[in-house]
Design a protein around this ligand. Structure first.
Ligand SMILES: [Fe+2]
Length: 405
């Protein structure tokens, strides 16, 4: 049996006694119930974009990531493009809403936030996790008071029927799905009609040809981590909730005092590489906005949450270690992508001495998601340099440009 408590703790952010007590209890009960053994890694990420935006987003992802276009699932209200690297990394299910007037619960989550509402349908929905026995996992989770969409609701939401999906989290507003897959089998989504769309294929090929021409196609690796921003007061609950729903363990939290923020990391319990099942990171302000008039601290994290709602902020892709044309790979990749009109927030931060180098892209005009690139040097396995995170948090705050909106 896996032991989710058997990991060293890193970080310096202090948690409440409540969190420490319930963390141990949640993980011990999860192990004992069999859920840790039954739930595997991240199989797919789900995201939605506006009508007409998915094709150019496929071109963008094709250039900026190792993903390939596989097929499109054509269903009544969405076109869902399946993007894949291989079976050793999660898929991306990129959903385009067909009708701008379409309403569902995910749109409602955007509608109440001033910047989120500008792209009504565009949001990251959540991850699908591998489950040894999906119905047994859902029954156990329901018995633990987690809520799931019914089969009828999934049909109404126009989502794959072989995936069980939780209701959006009150803390992160993300969903967690479960699906089965035979060992060494391929992932199959039972959803609509499976087609290859010429325009999508062409956009994909355009991105990949440019990636090869720029000489970066062998440098960008799969997703390393997914970072969700939540309200200050929800930090601990968001962590406990994700740990209860997944088979991840709590790695630790770092206090980024200068940005009034913390970075809180969970990782897969089986110790597989992040490329197989990315780390899940939660970021939250230290002090909530409602008392910040007393301290006037920088609050890029909570400002983001107030503008967009709690949601995924960025997905980080690893860059292979090495140098090309006298530059670290990450700088080579960033320079190359910049020639194609894609912007980045300030410059790369970190160094070989610090163990890693990182940068944020500008938010995609199609999905609002930021792409982070991270290059680790030598045998550095952590994913953290405090100064880097402080700088990235600061940089991301500059771009939103919506002040206290
Ligand atoms: Fe990150």
């Amino acid at each position: 049996m896996l032991n989710s408590l058997d990991f060293p703790r890193v970080g310096d952010k202090e948690n409440s006694p409540f969190f420490e007590q319930y963390l141990s209890r949640v993980l011990a009960e999860r192990d004992r119930s069999g859920l840790t053994d039954m739930i595997g890694g991240i199989e797919a990420l789900m995201m939605t974009v506006e009508p007409g935006n998915s094709i150019e987003y496929v071109a963008e992802l094709s250039l900026m990531t190792p993903y390939h276009y596989l097929v499109t699932l054509d269903s009544p209200r969405h076109l869902t493009h399946v993007l894949r690297i291989d079976m050793a990394s999660p898929d991306i299910l990129l959903r385009e809403v067909k009708d701008a007037d379409y309403h569902d619960i995910f749109r409602s989550l955007n509608d109440i936030y001033p910047v989120g509402a500008r792209r009504q349908h565009s949001r990251y929905l959540g991850e699908i996790l591998l489950a040894a026995n999906r119905h047994e996992v859902v029954a156990l989770q329901e018995a633990r008071e987690f809520r799931f969409f019914s089969v009828g609701q999934l049909a109404e939401l126009d989502l794959p029927i072989n995936v069980s999906l939780s209701k959006p989290s009150p803390y992160t507003q993300n969903v967690v799905g479960y699906m089965e897959r035979p060992t060494d089998g391929i992932r199959v989504y039972q959803h609509g009609e499976c087609v290859i769309l010429n325009e999508v294929q062409a956009a994909y090929e355009r991105g990949k040809e440019m990636q090869a021409r720029l000489g970066i196609d062998d440098l960008i690796l799969p997703i390393d981590h997914l970072a969700t921003r939540v309200y200050s007061q929800n930090r601990e609950a968001a962590l406990l909730e994700y740990l209860a729903l997944s088979s991840y363990y709590y790695w630790g939290s770092y206090d980024i005092k200068g940005q009034n923020s913390s970075t809180n990391v969970t990782k897969n319990v089986r110790g597989v590489a992040e490329s197989v099942s990315p780390a899940k990171v939660f970021t939250a302000n230290n002090i909530p906005y409602c008392v910040n008039h007393l301290d006037r601290s920088p609050s890029p994290t909570e400002n983001f949450v107030r503008n967009y709602g709690p949601r995924l902020h960025h997905m980080a892709l690893a860059v292979s270690d090495g140098q090309r044309q006298g530059m670290e790979h990450i700088d080579f990749v960033v320079n190359a992508i910049q020639t194609q009109g894609k912007g980045f927030l300030l410059e790369t931060v970190g160094s070989r001495e610090e163990g890693l180098k990182q940068i944020f892209s500008e938010a995609s005009s199609f999905s609002s998601l930021i792409i982070e690139y991270v290059q680790r040097f030598g045998d550095f396995h952590g994913f953290f340099a405090r100064d880097n995170v402080a700088f990235l948090t600061y940089a991301a705050g500059l771009q939103e440009g919506v002040g206290a909106g």
